[in-house]
Design a binder for this molecule. Structure first.
Ligand code: F6P
Length: 557
């Protein structure tokens, strides 16, 4: 046997090459073949691809997978060491190798009184202590015992942070505080560095009763520092007290850098700390969630953590064959790496989840949007797809046309909520119930049409309806029984562990983000230039940026 024949044989036995060969076969078939409802095997296939976990139901049956695909994918996961690496993650090993840190966000939701895995004990204890401090602060605010600089009780919280210090809390606030009258205090999120979100708040909030939460893991992010500076100037001016006094009464800090909080002027009693072994995009469970707790109360915040913890236990204990995060990771990797689908849409069919795609964009793309492996070598295949999306019902009237009849194939997660508990007069409740049904019907219809295309047209209507629906967009449907704190906690932890499993499959470090640094450095020197510090000029390297700078300067005169 010559060398190339030998290497062909060797390739034929790797799980990856088997998956490539299998993908070639399966891709030749329309997705509707797998979903042919007349056959008993199609029924059996569909039921074997649907999983219920508590109030969460995940249906992979519109994915381009067969039981054989799953078997090959699971073999691949085992060959990559998903199981020992999962154990290492929970045991607090330094899985974030570039920064020499563990990744123990699960410790932040480990319940008091339940034994954590060996290696997580100290981390879980530290998180529980901080949670107790957070609960104290929350109850002081709720009982009207937190007084601002002029002696009035707090009514509103302005949460200032960006990225992981903003997206998670904002998502949960929007998802669970749909009835503002149920909120204990008003919570407002400020992230954009331009001050545009602060301006309207400064106009309508009462400065005497507003508490600022400065949320920044590093405590150095310029976006947040500039926003807080403006907010402090507003409170100082409006209340006629100096900035240190505002900080003493109306500023809470959340960070992994207590010394920086102290230097800034955040009083020790108003500091909440999380450690550097919780990544920013995994930090909603840590004191970064303080504003959510202020808004909804500790009971809801604890339920959020309980849902996430239940998913941790499932991820840790369930065999890969029925392990939801592992299956979701494998299906996702199958779509982008083997079926060559470069983008993945997140389509929530519930307006309360309008920030879900933004949250998942950071979680997935900042984690696995990388092309150099843990071994320092370039990865020779697709990794994380581009995550995008919007609220499904609105997107139907915007970009679905391209998905149905354009030229691109996407994969998608539809997310729907089965029922909503509404406390309203009978007629209003009935009207809202009809809206709920309408939304669910649209979600199911679109998921079907994504997969089947023209084959979704009922036989009686064929020939009477426009055709040319491409279909063949593999998609999953994630159904929440209700949008409770528990179910959204479990949902987000499901995605977190999905990201981890994919990082193992692709041999990436999902816990660092070196690719965001250079942009920050370039912006710093351009900022200096705009601020009139001529020395920075030498850093402007290209004529395009030079001419834009000239135009900006001309218009800012
Ligand atoms: O710019 C990326 C990033 O570092 C994210 O990873 C992080 O969530 C965000 O900035 C905010 O960082 P910090 O919480 O340190 O202000």
């Amino acid at each position: 046997m010559n060398i190339s024949a030998l290497s062909r044989t060797a390739r034929a036995y790797t799980p990856v090459s088997e998956l490539h060969a299998h993908a070639e076969q399966l891709q030749a078939q329309p997705l509707s073949d797998l979903l042919n409802s007349d056959s008993a095997s199609a029924q059996k296939r569909a039921s074997s691809l649907a999983f219920t976990f508590g109030t969460l139901h995940v249906d992979f049956s519109k994915q381009r997978v067969t039981p054989h695909t799953l078997k090959l994918l699971i073999d691949w996961a085992r060959s990559c060491g998903v199981e020992p690496k999962r154990a290492a993650l929970f045991a607090g090993e330094k899985v974030n190798t570039s920064e020499g840190r563990a990744a123990l966000h699960m410790a932040a939701r480990w319940p008091k009184g339940k034994m954590p895995p060996r290696g997580m004990e100290t981390a879980a204890l530290f998180c529980q202590q901080q949670r107790a401090r957070l609960a104290d602060m929350v109850s002081r605010v709720h009982e009207g015992q937190w007084f601002g600089a002029t002696g009035q009780s707090i009514t509103d919280v302005v949460h200032i942070g960006v990225g992981g210090s903003d997206l998670g809390p904002k998502l949960i606030s929007e998802a669970l505080a749909d009835r503002p009258s149920h909120a204990k205090v008003g919570v407002h999120y400020v992230s954009t560095m331009d001050g545009a979100q602060l301006l309207p708040l400064m106009e309508h909030l009462n400065p005497a009763t507003t508490l600022l939460v400065l949320a920044s893991k590093s405590f150095t992010t310029a976006d947040t520092q500039f926003n807080v500076r403006t907010a402090l100037a507003w409170l100082s001016d409006a209340l006629e007290v100096d900035i240190p006094t505002v900080c003493r009464y109306q500023l809470v800090g959340v960070s992994s850098k207590p010394e920086k909080m102290t230097e800034f002027g955040v009083p020790h009693v108003h500091q909440l700390v999380f450690k550097d072994w919780i990544g920013g995009r995994f930090s909603i469970w840590s004191p970064i969630g303080v504003s959510v707790a202020m808004q909804l109360g500790m009971k809801a915040f604890d339920e959020l953590l309980a849902g996430a913890h239940a998913m941790d236990k499932h991820f840790l204990d369930a065999p890969l064959e029925e392990n939801l995060p592992a299956l979701m990771a494998l299906v996702g990797a199958w779509n982008c790496q083997f079926l060559n689908i470069p983008t993945h849409a997140v389509l929530p069919y519930d307006g309360r989840l309008k920030s879900l795609s933004a949250y998942l964009q950071q979680l997935e793309m900042e984690s696995n949007g990388k092309s150099v492996g843990l071994d320092g070598r370039s990865v020779a295949h697709a990794t994380c797809p581009i995550i995008w999306g919007d609220v499904g019902p609105n997107a139907q009237h915007a970009f679905y046309q391209l998905l149905h009849q354009g030229v691109h194939t996407v994969s998608a997660d539809f997310v729907a909520v089965a029922s909503r508990d509404v406390d309203a007069p009978e007629e209003v409740s009935e009207a809202l119930a009809a809206q709920e049904q309408l939304t669910l019907a649209n979600c199911l219809a679109q998921s079907q049409l994504f997969a089947l295309g023209d084959d979704a047209i009922p036989p009686a209507l064929r020939g009477h309806m426009a055709q040319g629906y491409r279909g063949n967009h593999p998609n999953s449907l994630l159904l929440l029984k209700e949008l409770s704190a528990w179910s959204i906690g479990a949902l987000l932890a499901l995605y977190e562990h999905k990201v981890f499993v994919q990082s193992v499959l692709w041999n990436l470090n999902p816990f660092d983000q070196p690719g965001v640094e250079l942009g920050k450095q370039l912006a710093t020197s351009l900022y200096e230039l705009l601020a009139g510090e001529a020395a920075a000029h030498k850093n402007v390297k290209d004529p395009s940026t030079e001419q834009l700078l000239s135009k900006i300067n001309e218009w800012r005169q």
